[in-house]
Design a protein around this ligand. Structure first.
Ligand code: F6P
Length: 336
């Protein structure tokens, strides 16, 4: 192995820079040259590449975003695009490609592997944590921290004014950020895709719950975490409805892309560093069409297609605790 390539693709995730740094430093350690394609798969199609040397990546792990840029590239789904990419990789004598991204990006990597003979390795880079075969993905810990921090701040003002708040978090179609941030911040309610799928919450059931909590706790706030795409019109529409139709003073707060910025959490920097080295070492061991993952603190390799075809379930115990134990219910009088 003399020369490998790397790209970051899809929604950027905090820790992608740490992952790049680890790939470049590990490759340098094994005397391998690294070429980076800028702007994800689009750069691979446009042949937009640069050489990455250790000096380029030494002090980037404390920043979110990605120094080699990222992009979404719908075109890459087509066979013709993968064939062009394969030709570009061959023209540069690339032995292996590392793709850092979420499910769409790893699906793209698998698609490329159908048309290219070099080794293809994926790395899980997404705040959504929705990739199978790794306990967590790079960026997820930071997003949960940011959501928790925002929820804590919202609590201050919600408590002061006895208000209901709906904080909308990202996660695409997975409730990982919603569940963990709700628990970390002690939210009264969470509306997550996994819960909505089985038993969609109605507005009347929600209003009943808000009244019950207020009745049991007396004055105070009610803070709810809403995963994106889980309510028609999102947090804004739901807040308006609660305010206008049910006389519940309610405010929406959309966290949006701030969940992808700021200093990456230590867990993401460390996970990215470990997986970056693991990805290079997988290449040296001849691995192909796998994602470098981390399970129970062990570096693992997961068939690339499984990473996006299979689903990681939410932690049952966290769901139970957040739902049943931390939810106030009217209790029978205790026997004296
Ligand atoms: O996949 C990461 C993510 O941040 C999702 O949580 C969100 O649904 C999506 O990307 C937003 O995409 P974009 O940055 O293209 O608006």
């Amino acid at each position: 192995i003399q020369r490998i390539a790397v790209l970051t693709s899809g929604g950027d995730a905090p820790g992608m820079n740490a992952a790049l740094r680890a790939v470049v430093l590990a490759a340098d350690h094994y005397n391998i040259e690294v070429i980076a394609f800028r702007h994800g798969y689009q750069g691979l199609l446009d042949n937009e590449h640069v050489v990455l040397e250790p000096k380029d990546v030494l002090h980037v792990l404390q920043y979110s975003g990605t120094i080699i840029k990222s992009a979404r590239c719908k075109l890459f789904k087509e066979d013709a695009a993968a064939i062009t990419a394969a030709q570009n990789l061959d023209a540069l004598s690339i032995d292996a490609l590392i793709v850092i991204g979420g499910d769409g990006s790893l699906r793209g990597a698998d698609h490329l592997a159908n048309h290219w003979s070099g080794q293809v390795i994926g790395m899980p880079g997404t705040i959504d944590n929705d990739l199978y075969g790794t306990d967590t993905t790079i960026g997820y810990a930071t997003a949960v921290n940011i959501a928790m921090d925002a929820l804590d701040k919202i609590r201050d003002t919600a408590d002061a004014m006895d208000r209901v708040f709906i904080v909308e978090v990202m996660g695409r179609y997975a409730g990982f950020i919603g569940l963990r941030s709700a628990m970390a911040a002690g939210a009264e309610r969470m509306i997550l895709p996994e819960l909505q799928k089985d038993k969609p919450l109605t507005v009347s059931a929600l209003v009943k719950h808000i009244h019950r909590v207020k009745e049991i706790r007396g004055e105070g706030s009610y803070v709810m975490v809403l995963s994106e795409h889980q309510w028609p019109g999102g947090a804004v529409a739901l807040a308006e409805q609660l305010d206008a139709e049910y006389d519940l003073p309610c405010r929406p707060c959309l966290l949006g892309h701030i969940q992808r910025g700021g200093p990456p959490a230590p867990a993401d920097r460390i996970l990215a560093s470990e997986l970056g080295v693991h990805a290079v070492e997988l290449i040296l061991r001849g691995a192909h069409r796998v994602m470098a993952g981390m399970r129970a603190n062990q570096c693992v390799e997961v068939p690339l297609n499984e990473s996006w075809e299979k689903k990681n379930p939410l932690t049952e115990n966290l769901l139970r605790i957040q739902h049943e134990i931390f939810n106030p219910v009217k209790k029978k009088q205790r026997n004296k």
